[in-house]
Write a protein that binds this ligand. Structure first.
Ligand SMILES: [Zn+2]
Length: 489
């Protein structure tokens, strides 16, 4: 540690010493070494003041309505650019479509960048819409109540925009020597994955974003009975594909019905598909996830998790666990959810066509053609046609669980949360990380903000809210993970 860093730490201690009522401490220097990574002294000081600032940024970001569509992320991008500029960092606003922009900034480790070493901190600025009548507060008011920040995006994903920004700014303020470039990126259009999304951004501006490693959303720290139960680090995700189901028949007057009514054929097909259960495929990530979880679940649940893969009791265990949790069910197999139905224009007219849409979530490694074949056999109706729609996601390789970065995340999360297990996780939902993984980025889904399942479930729902004490903890942990990975001592 050089004198500059010492003086930075001393200044930090003086700056926050007066009101450090949140019990945050840099804990890197405590405890035994783990995961083969040598123990080190803290590279960042007390983050209490930083977390307060990040909270203010987050409140401001929630007040900027970036409901997608239309998104309007440019306003949020400009706000973030203003913060970066104040810190002496030069941001770049990347325009994607009118009114929709991303913002990127880089802290350099050397004159010539080595993208394969660079660390990308990425989060999205857009949010999903709200049903205002169901909210108890203004979803864009930045309301703080009972220790929570309420608002659309307070968790997904503006909390991570603000936390990433804090970690990034901390490196700059610390005047540290980086051993890799660190890139901050706030993206647009994650929720719709349309023409302003990361996919387009990568196509247009890859040289500005290229990295070997990334932290993105997709993971979670699960809080139960006031204690962290486990940390899930997302290393892979399911693939979303839509299928249209079209029944073609004979239209005519509803007073003279025939057997060729497409509404009836479609309804029968959708019922069969709805009852279908795809076979279980346990991927390596899911195996490790259940293995780790079995140690902390109740005895009964843990027992089933441990025999999940055995020839004699595996099948029964898969059924029990699928019934216990729809998410576990979805982690073990391809799922199909009929989501849209469309037929008819008048109550007294039989239409000549009826249509449904199925949203399929494939396990990585499974192919849609195999599933469509299976469904065709099941429906067994020549008037019904299944067609894969062109807007499907692409299967990306999983991120490695053997990188130095994954080991570091595991070590610091375990230590922070009293030894609670850190498990690899395959999310059932899609994130921008698939795009990154397709470009050889080892992207890890990490939201280091401890939250109950109940609060987590408010994402995309009513009264989304972020526990602020947990947010401060998340800022601290994220800052230390980023510093430990990218700062030369
Ligand atoms: Zn999100």
């Amino acid at each position: 540690m050089n004198w500059k860093r010492w003086s930075f730490l001393i200044l930090c201690v003086i700056a926050v010493g007066g009101w450090s009522n949140v019990p945050l401490r840099a804990q890197i220097s405590q405890g035994p070494p783990a995961m083969g990574i040598p123990e080190s002294q803290s590279l960042v000081g007390d983050t209490t003041a930083l977390a307060r600032e990040a909270q203010d940024w987050l409140v401001d970001l929630v007040k900027i309505n970036t409901t997608n569509p239309p998104g309007n992320e440019q306003a949020a991008a400009k706000y973030i650019a203003g913060i970066l500029t104040k810190e002496g960092i030069t941001p770049e606003i990347l325009d994607v479509t009118p009114g929709r922009s991303a913002v990127v900034a880089r802290l350099r480790s050397s004159v010539v960048a080595d993208p394969s070493r660079a660390l990308l901190l990425v989060a999205h600025m857009d949010v999903v819409g709200v049903d205002r009548s169901k909210w108890t507060v203004d979803p864009f008011g930045g309301v703080i109540k009972d220790g929570y920040l309420y608002g659309r995006g307070s968790i997904d994903d503006k909390s991570m925009v603000a936390a990433n920004l804090a970690a990034f700014v901390a490196l700059k303020r610390g005047n540290v020597h980086l051993n890799r470039d660190v890139i901050f990126l706030a993206t647009a259009d994650e929720e719709q994955f349309g023409d302003a999304s990361l996919k387009i951004l990568i196509a247009k501006y890859w040289d500005k974003l290229a990295a070997g490693f990334a932290i993105n959303e997709g993971g979670k720290v699960v809080l139960k009975n006031g204690k962290v139960q486990y940390t899930a680090v997302q290393v892979g995700e399911k693939v979303s594909v839509n299928i249209s189901v079209t029944a073609t028949g004979k239209g005519g007057h509803a007073s003279v019905p025939t057997k060729q009514n497409p509404v009836v054929h479609l309804a029968a097909a959708v019922e069969k598909i709805g009852d279908y259960t795809a076979p279980v495929h346990l991927t390596s990530i899911v195996r490790r996830y259940f293995e780790g979880l079995s140690a902390i679940e109740d005895d009964e649940t843990g027992k089933w998790m441990r025999v999940l893969d055995t020839p004699d009791r595996g099948e029964h265990a898969q059924r029990v666990l699928s019934d216990m949790s729809p998410m576990w069910n979805s982690m073990m197999r391809d799922t199909i959810a009929p989501t849209m139905l469309q037929a008819g224009v008048r109550a007294n007219v039989i239409p000549s066509e009826a249509r449904a849409v199925l949203n399929v979530r494939l396990l990585p490694g499974d192919t849609i053609d195999v599933l469509v074949n299976e469904l065709n056999k099941l429906v067994n109706d020549p008037t019904v046609k299944l067609e894969v729609l062109p807007d499907g996601g692409l299967a990306a390789p999983n991120s490695s669980m053997d990188t130095e970065f994954y080991a570091l995340i595991t070590k610091l999360c375990a230590k922070e949360f009293g030894g609670a297990p850190v498990l690899p996780f395959m999310s059932t939902g899609a994130t921008d990380s698939a795009q990154l993984r397709l470009h050889n980025v080892q992207a890890y889904g990490l939201r280091p903000i401890p939250m109950t399942e109940e609060d987590d479930a408010r994402i995309h729902g009513d009264d989304e809210r972020l526990p602020l004490a947990s947010f401060a903890k998340g800022v601290d942990l994220l800052t230390r993970i980023v510093a430990e990975f990218s700062v030369t001592r």
